[in-house]
Ligand binder design. Sequence first.
Ligand code: ADP
Ligand code: ZN
Length: 522
Amino acid sequence: MGVLLLSESNLQSILAKVFGYTTFRVGQQQVIEAVQAGRDALVLMPTGGGKSLCYQLPAIQGAGLTVVISPLISLMQDQVEALQAMGVAAAALHNGMSSEQTQSIMQQLNSNEIRLLYVSPERVLLPYFVQNLQNWQVDLIAIDEAHCISQWGHDFRPEYGQLGQLREALPQVPFMALTATADAATEKDIGVRLHLHDPVVYKGSFDRPNIRYVVEEKYKPQKQLRDYIARQRGASGIVYCGSRKRVEELAERLRKDGLRAAGYHAGMEHSEREFVLRGFVRDDIDVVVATVAFGMGINKPNVRFVIHFDVPRSIEAYYQETGRAGRDGLPAEAVLLYDPADAAWIRSIMNDHPDEERRRVEQQKFAAMQALGEAQTCRRLVLLNYFNEYREQSCGNCDICLDPPQQYDGTVDAQKVLSCVYRVSQRYGTNHIIDILRGSKSQKLTDVGHDKLSTYGIGADQSHEYWLGVIRQLIHRGLLVQNVAQYGVLHLTEAARPVLRGEIALQLAQPRINLVVTKPRV
Ligand code: ADP
Ligand code: ZN
């Protein structure tokens, strides 16, 4: 192996001369020293933590080749261009290149003129390519976005799953796996699938202190979204939604509001997507409404907000998506519009997954996400706990910390809801119950004689949103259940009885609507 062992001062001087940095970020030096000792490494660092330097610096100093496996062409190109600008012999091989370009790079590789080569997992696994790798002097294989290797990760990619074969073909070469999101199961699986041999594991803190986490009850989502964006006055932001159709609708809606907004999803032409991505990076587009397809490789430092219009499927996905905000370290906001009915719907589709084990994993991941959305304690604590990072102190920079839920004696209001559900024989959903409580004059009610019920109009003093908040809490607390298979019909549970009979009091949290924390920043 051609890796030179460097003294500490040597490392420092490359850091300064090539990269122009004065000090290492936390963990970088430790990982670089592991590579130099010929060891495998597993690097878990949050987005913006400085993962690339961990393989770039040893590659620059080494005598051989470092191969970087990366899932996205745009990501490869960004890095190659930046390295070339620093005078480093770096290149990428991908399918978007002419055969002349490819040949020229292959020649340079054959004569060991390249220090860093970026390739896709598909290409690196081609038999002829593996053979070449065996002939070249390869110092290190670095695998970026390594969570894609694992079935337990939230973004499994089959071609990544096969990278273990590469390890078998190159048993003497150290491997480095890097990712910004891996829960305990994924972390372990990465090691197993890549056959990492006694790896040095570096795990940085996943906290992104400049991101303010906010969960808002989703009640008039379009209005909530538009009001929020209007208050941002042209700041850069991303709105994630669950479907392509909604992406198009919302983007159109925002454009009609006079905003510089665009949609992005996998069903769009490649050229159109590139256009949107570039426009966003250059600040020609302020808001991108997107599916999860808009993701990896957005290297834009000044994203000020990320809104989840629909709840993501896992905390990992949520963390990675919100992590695109505030990479410059300045204050940024992550807003989740949360509706337990959406969650119930997602759970019901997960139930249809044919593979039982996969279904269980997805359900568990989603249950954790739901718990985050419904938490009454510091969101950051819940988030970090999920990545096995424990803290005592609340963060002071999430909706719960900034505006703690006010508790009040909600016994009477709970009784109003529960008895109303009882009066309609547990055959109606949330909106119908609220209409009865608020004394709605709608024909839907009068047709079935619900304007004659004793509970009709007993909640007219409170808003629709207020009652929605109460019903949601009764669901979270297990006094009501919502039957997803039956259009969200509400049923009473055993736990509702003592409350209905007035045997126990019930503390409720004030519904979190029109949050103070998302009012304009001054
Ligand atoms: P990641 O891949 O972990 O998301 P990057 O490798 O893209 O992070 O690094 C994030 C930013 O931090 C980049 O702009 C990079 O130039 C910068 N950076 C990395 N290491 C250092 C360092 N030691 N000192 C100063 N800036 C650094
Ligand atoms: Zn907090």
